[in-house]
Design a protein around this ligand. Sequence first.
Ligand code: MSP
Length: 474
Amino acid sequence: MKKFYITTPIYYVNDRPHIGHAYTTIAADVLARFHRQLGEPVFFLTGTDEHGAKVAESAKKAGQSPKEFVDEMSELFILAWRNLNIQYDDFIRTTEERHVEAVQIFMQKLFDCGALYEGVYEGLYCVACERFYTEKELVDGKCPDHLVKPKPIKEKNYFFKLSDYLAKVQALIERDEIMIRPVERKKEVIGLFKQGLQDFSVSREKVRWGIPLPFDPKHNCYVWVEALQNYISAIGYGADDKNYQNWWPADIHLMAKDIIKFHAAYWPAMLLAAGEPVPKEIFAHGFFTINKQKMSKTVGNVIDPNALVETYGSDATRYLLLTQFPFGQDGDIKENLFTEQYNAHLANSLGNLVSRTATLCEKHSVAMPAAAKEDGQDVKGRVKKHLELLQFDGALKEIFGLIYAANKYLDEQAPWKISDEESRRRADVLIQTAGQIRTIAELLDPFMPLASRNILEQFTGPNVKKGISLFPRK
Ligand code: MSP
């Protein structure tokens, strides 16, 4: 049977979770839930990236040991995902023994097959990005993402012979054997290959917070090189072959475009060198601003997903984030419109449809047929298509189209005005609407699992019973 293994990036724990992290994680959760609904075996992995200079510096600033610091910070991610109702199957932390062991096995394999060589690295390193920059890539001598001057670093390193694998990886991408979506991103990646990519360093001599290389323990593994391996360490690479074979390769690595080079070039090359299959797909969505400004601590516009859940609830937060702009593109999150959108779409349209239908069904003791007429087959097909293309907003527009149509039908039929003499007609109208509501709830399940369950509880069984208000007006 077709399985579905989906991953998010593992997030740096130098800082608390923000809605950038939440955005990708919610999208992955929707896909995982959708594939579970289709009956596929699903494995959804997320986690935290806990080694490296950046995290060590943050721990120092916080006056804690790196271990204490990462233990506390990773809990914040777990808590945020619980609040957002993220149903992951595993949460990997790169400080866990299982990860360390798998990385050491993998790195030894790269060393043994001759994919690594020793050299001296002299370059400019941005700690916030945890990566080297060439002069050409800098803007006014500064890292374009963090606007800080990278530090000059000179040290002995092990390098990965990327040049040996580039042509092969490029061909796999061109043939869609590693599918890169959206298609603009595939073009960008091919562009990177055409410009030429340098061999990269896989070790750091001076960064003590990391995983020692088994063949030269004075060196620690470069944080990006070990972080990528979370995707295989979590499923038992080198420890539980059966489980590993069962899930690998990943069906989709989900992320934003900021980290595509690591995933589309370095990672497949490392896997090829180690003789492992490459991921089937890399989907790199866009980057968003908040009310047109780049999200940053200095601007003070970083949004805490827990605060959104506190205000709107987990379902509405998931909905609001995924409907701001088409998934895949860059966009803007207009947080100032959240309340308006919540009231219009969730309280008024969806909430109202469910509550007035349930109220009337209960009041008139309308008996529901065991199997409601199967409605909305074409909408179901279109929602499925949208989700296969990760068009979350497109899928939700289809579902909300059904909601508006059901509300319109109710308004036209006005069952609240139908007298008891016509109770048969009144019951028919309500049964028809209830059937549509069931379809809507089923389609909404991956997006808004709590509301979906709540609706299905009200409308399953012969007697409709009105439940608590789904989306109270704000
Ligand atoms: N630790 C690395 C990933 C290693 S994966 C093997 C890392 N971590 S991160 O904490 O910086 O997370 C980056 C990811 O966070 C992005 O790829 C994206 O998924 C998400 N986002 C962070 N800010 C975002 C926006 N403003 N917009 C969209 N996605 C955002 O990189």
